[in-house]
Structures are given as C-alpha cells and as structure tokens.
Design a protein around this ligand. Sequence first.
Ligand SMILES: [Zn+2]
Ligand SMILES: [Zn+2]
Length: 225
Amino acid sequence: MQNNWTKEELKAAVIAYIEMRTKSLNGESFKKKQYYEDLSHRFGRTIKSYEYRMQNISYVYSLMGRDWLKGLRPAKNVGTRVASEIEEIIKEIENQALSEPVSFQAEVDKLVHKKLQDKPKAVLEPKRYDIAITKYDRDPQIVAWVLMNAKGICECCNKEAPFVKDDGVPFLEVHHLRRLADDGSDSITNAIAICPNCHRELHYGQNKDILLTTIYSQVSRLIRE
Ligand SMILES: [Zn+2]
Ligand SMILES: [Zn+2]
C-alpha cells in the first residue's frame, strides 16, 4: 500500500492544479503530463496516482461551486479529511474564505448514497464559530443595473422571476460568469440576472458549460473573459 500523503505533497499537487487551472482559464497552453511527471520525480508516486489526485481536487472545486479543470472529471472517493485539507490549501493559496465548508458537503454526498438510517436527533444548540472571511467588494451599481435591465426575466431560461419581493421588485440573482475569484471583472459585460434555479445549475449542473454557451449567444452585451 502507498504511504499516506503528507501535507507537503498534497500542497504541491494543489499548487500544480491551480497553476494548470489558471492557465486553462486564461487560454494558455500547458501539458498536464509534465506536471504529473514533476510531482512524480519529487515525491515518487506514479503519474496515474497524481492524475487521480487531481480529479479529487476537481471534486473539491465542484463542491465549492467552482469550475474544475477540463479533462479532469471530479472523482469523489477522497476521504472527508483529505477533502478538507485540499479545501484549506486552496483557501490558503487563493487567500479567500469559502461559502460552504467542503467537508460538510462531502459528508452529505457520502450519506446520501447510504441506506436511510434512523431519523437523526435534533441539535438544539448548534455550535457556533467565529470565522474570518475575505469578500470581494462588488459594486452595487453593477448589480442594480443588471437587475433593472433584466426587467424580471431570467437571462438564462427567459422565464419570469419566481416571485416578487415585498418591495415589488421581481426576485432574480446576479451571477458573474467569470467568477471574481477567478479574476473576472465586476462589470455588466460579465454579470447576468438569473432565477435561483438557473443560478444553482450554473454552479453545480452537469450541463453548465452548455448553459454558459447559450447565455453568451443570447445576451449580446456579454463579453467572454
Ligand atoms: Zn432561469
Ligand atoms: Zn453565481
């Protein structure tokens, strides 16, 4: 059996992944195999095992609602502990706090595939934590413009907003097509107003790439970043 991954090795793998992912997002060329070979020389595992680890990292990205690196389909079978470690390292490198703890979602995924157990007990006093977060300073004018421009129609599925808020404004959410965390701009050419279903699908759906292409072709003000 292979030895457990040290923090150092895991970190090296995540750094390689982020570098490849950034290059891919920026349309630069690179060879995945070269990265695996470098890791293999450094830490002694097979190229295949690094490729597999990269797919685990894709899985963590997918839990975070972020795009994973093309060609590396998310592979779920990573322990909850390693998944959190990967999340921590990504967080450390990208220097940002993440909305949903990956360990939580990984645990839910695991349980959903098991047989239904007894009804879980209520947690009457959930534990509280104080956490430090990094937020992007989104310009409210951009959000307001995009919302008003949509006139209550989802710019993805073209259906009406699911409900009207108590202030009389149709409820839509603003989504940045290239995430701010991926160096996307905060601008009306990179943001759309969409319904909550479409929003979730753009983050988590298996057809999100197709959806994205449709959006770019139907909303003329958008510019692909
Ligand atoms: Zn929609
Ligand atoms: Zn979004």
